[in-house]
Design a protein around this ligand. Structure first.
Ligand SMILES: [Zn+2]
Length: 199
């Protein structure tokens, strides 16, 4: 609920600031608070543009959240990043809306990115011991993807198929928060019902 309020608030500020806000939230987020099995999507339609931010616990996507060390695990993360960054693999939009992918990116984000917390932990245990779950520390990581679409006829964008569940088996629900020109709303997608309806 708190997050939704934040989304409503950012919808009232200029788009460039909004975009920066998304980027900043990635850096400062608390990975401990994420819920395994759930994916969060923030979606904003503004003018001819649609912006999507997708955040998923890594366990939903690659089946683990520790920092990848082996070639196999690193490969799994790289493949997941590449698939997530392929907007046409992740979403299907109606042809009549004439949407083109403006930008699309995805990255794995680990606990080590949370800065201050990591430093404190280092002081307590020394850096060599900082190896995940061995001494009780719960490790979390996520994938964060960002997409921007530019649409020739955004008024015809009435629905969008989300293919996340087809690619990744570990998620049970996608929580979508949307800021549309006409309204702000939220909905949940599942593997059985994975279409966002805009109207
Ligand atoms: Zn986790």
């Amino acid at each position: 609920m708190l997050k939704f309020k934040k989304l409503l608030w950012i919808a009232t500020i200029p788009l460039t600031t909004l975009h920066a806000g998304f980027a900043q939230s990635q850096e400062t987020r608390q990975l401990e608070s994420h819920e395994h099995g759930a994916v969060e999507v923030n979606l904003v339609v503004d003018g001819s543009m649609m912006f999507i931010e997708l955040e998923s616990p890594a366990i939903n996507i690659v089946g683990f959240e520790y920092t990848p060390e082996s070639v196999e695990d690193k490969d799994a993360v790289a493949k997941a990043e590449a698939l997530l960054a392929s907007a046409s693999e992740m979403f299907s939009l109606p042809q009549r809306a004439a949407c083109e992918i403006h930008t699309a990116s995805a990255k794995w984000v680990g606990d080590d990115d949370s800065g201050e917390k990591h430093d404190e932990h280092e002081k307590e245990h020394g850096h060599d011991e900082h190896e995940g779950e061995e001494h009780g520390k719960v490790v979390h990581s996520e994938f964060i993807a960002n997409y921007e679409f530019r649409c020739g006829d955004i008024g015809s964008l009435d629905k969008m198929n989300v293919h996340f569940f087809e690619h990744f088996g570990g998620a049970e629900e996608i929580r979508v928060q949307m800021v549309l020109p006409s309204k702000q709303t939220a909905l949940e997608l599942t593997a059985q019902s994975s279409v966002i309806v805009f109207q």
